[in-house]
Ligand binder design. Structure first.
Ligand code: BTN
Length: 259
C-alpha cells in the first residue's frame, strides 16, 4: 500500500515524495522508479523496510517508525567518477540536518557513516547506473532516530546508537526529513556550481578518520595504516604500515585504537 505525499515544490530534492508504509528496500523501489524515468529529486520514503540493505551486502535494521529510511534519486550529467563525491555530499548534508534539529554534531567516518559519541547513527548506501555519463544515482539514507537500546540486537549494541538514545528526547521524523532534504538540496546545488571543493572542506571538518590508524576491509582483503587524506574525487588515501600508499573508492573503515 503506498501513498504519494506532496513534497516541497520550490525545492528540487523532495518535490515529490513516494511514501510507503512498507517496502523491501527504498533503494530497490527508487531504482525501479528511476528506471521508469521519474524526475531527479524524487524521494522514496518507508515507515518499515523488510529487507533494508547496508553496505558490503549487510542487512540494515529498519523497524517501523524507529528511524528515517529513505532514498533520493539524482541525475547529474557527470562523469561516473564523481559518484563518490556525491556520497560524501550526502553525508555532510545529512549531518547538517541532524545538527540543526537535535543540536548534536555528528562526525563522519569515511566515506559516509555518521557517528555520535563514537557509535553509528546513520548509514548511506549509494548505487549508480551509468554509461559514459551517469544516468542516475540513488542515495539511500538510514537514520536511527527513535530506536531504543532494547531494539538493537546484541551484536549491534556496542557499535550503533540512535538520536533518541543520544539526546534522551523523541525525534520528530517529519521535521528531520524536511531539514535533511533541504540540506541535500542546498549542497547539491552548490556541488553543481562550485564542484567538490566546498564539500571536501566541510567533510574534512567533520571527519573522524583522517590522521587516525585505521583498518580498511575490502571484503577479500584488509589493509592497515594511517588515513592520510581524501583526494579530489573523494577516494581515501592510506599510508600502509609498510610505507606504501594505497587509494580506496570503497571499503569498510574501522578505527584502530593502540594501547
Ligand atoms: C550502511 O551499511 O552503512 C548503509 C545503510 C543504508 C541504509 C539505508 S535505509 C534507506 C535505504 N534503503 C536501504 O535498503 N538502505 C538504505
Amino acid at each position: 500500500m503506498s501513498l504519494l505525499e506532496s513534497g516541497s515544490p520550490e525545492q528540487l530534492i523532495g518535490h515529490t515524495i513516494h511514501h510507503y508504509t512498507e517496502v523491501e528496500s527504498t533503494n530497490t523501489t527508487a531504482g525501479e522508479l528511476a528506471e521508469r524515468g521519474v524526475p531527479e529529486g524524487t524521494v522514496v520514503l518507508a515507515d518499515l523496510q523488510t529487507r533494508g540493505q547496508g553496505r558490503l551486502e549487510r542487512r540494515w535494521l529498519s523497524l517501523s517508525g524507529k528511524g528515517l529510511w529513505f532514498t533520493v534519486i539524482l541525475r547529474p550529467r557527470e562523469n561516473p567518477a564523481t559518484a563518490v563525491q556525491l556520497t560524501l555530499m550526502a553525508a555532510i548534508a545529512t549531518a547538517a540536518g541532524i545538527e540543526r534539529v537535535t543540536g548534536i554534531r555528528p562526525g563522519i567516518k569515511w566515506p559516509n557513516d555518521l557517528l555520535v559519541q563514537g557509535k553509528k547513527v546513520c548509514g548511506i548506501l549509494c548505487e549508480m547506473v551509468a554509461g559514459d555519463e551517469i544516468d542516475h544515482i540513488i542515495i539511500g539514507i538510514g537514520i536511527n532516530t527513535n530506536l531504543a537500546f532494547a531494539d538493537l540486537p546484541p551484536e549491534l549494541r556496542g557499535t550503533a546508537t540512535s538520536l533518541r538514545m543520544a539526546t534522551g528526547k523523541a525525534i520528530d521524523n517529519k521535521e528531520l526529513l524536511r531539514e535533511v532534504l533541504q540540506q541535500i538540496d542546498s549542497w547539491y546545488i552548490l556541488w553543481q556550481k562550485e564542484g567538490f571543493a566546498p564539500v571536501q572542506g566541510e567533510w574534512n571538518k567533520r571527519n573522524v578518520t583522517l590522521g587516525r590508524e585505521i583498518k580498511v576491509d575490502c571484503g577479500d582483503r584488509c589493509y592497515f595504516g594511517r588515513a592520510v587524506s581524501i583526494d579530489e574525487n573523494g577516494a581515501l588515501l592510506l599510508r600502509e604500515d609498510d610505507g606504501k600508499e594505497s587509494k580506496f573508492n570503497f571499503g569498510e573503515v574501522s578505527i584502530r585504537y593502540r594501547e
